[in-house]
Ligand binder design. Structure first.
Ligand SMILES: [Zn+2]
Length: 161
């Protein structure tokens, strides 16, 4: 009786562990790679969106907006991340710096071309760099140091082709 009780307890423990491990895997798996380009998602530019009703994680705002432009799916940006602080931002209040010299998605990456010479990748869905900030002042300060154009997110998203 004691033995079967112990076996049952052990079975419950094993089930609980595998259940937890499986759940953790499923919930974190999609967090680590961008839903669109499969690049690793960086904490400084992670962008959450709803794509045709399903939540998706993108590596940066530029990639999420590329998805909206290129796919027939409905892409609604839910949250952005401030590049300098890592704080979560509501797209409604966020400002963007477009085309600065800072990026998180490996822009300017070189591919090995013919004869093993480096060839610059000419198209990148995350390019030009698009980084989010909590206020116009913070975005402006960043663009003074790193270049780029400051835009309110809402205005930019509305006229992004
Ligand atoms: Zn991406």
């Amino acid at each position: 009786m004691v033995r079967s009780g112990l076996a049952a307890l052990l079975a419950v423990a094993v089930l609980a562990f595998t259940g937890y491990a499986g759940w953790t895997y499923v919930t974190t798996r999609d967090q680590r790679f961008c839903s669109a380009c499969r690049r690793p998602v960086h904490a400084a530019s992670v962008t959450h969106a709803r794509v045709d009703g399903r939540e998706a994680v993108f590596c940066c705002p530029a990639c999420a907006l590329s998805e909206r432009r290129q796919s027939s799916q409905r892409v609604e940006i839910l949250s952005l991340t401030e590049f300098t602080s890592g704080a979560t931002l509501s797209p409604r209040d966020a400002f963007l710096v477009r085309g600065s010299d800072a990026h998180t998605c490996g822009h300017g990456e070189y591919a090995r071309g013919e004869y093993d010479r480096p060839v610059q990748v000419s198209f990148d869905r995350c390019s030009p760099s698009l980084l989010a900030f909590a206020s116009r002042a913070r975005a402006a300060q960043f663009s003074r140091e790193h270049g780029g154009q400051v835009l309110p997110f809402g205005e930019f998203a509305a006229r992004y082709p």
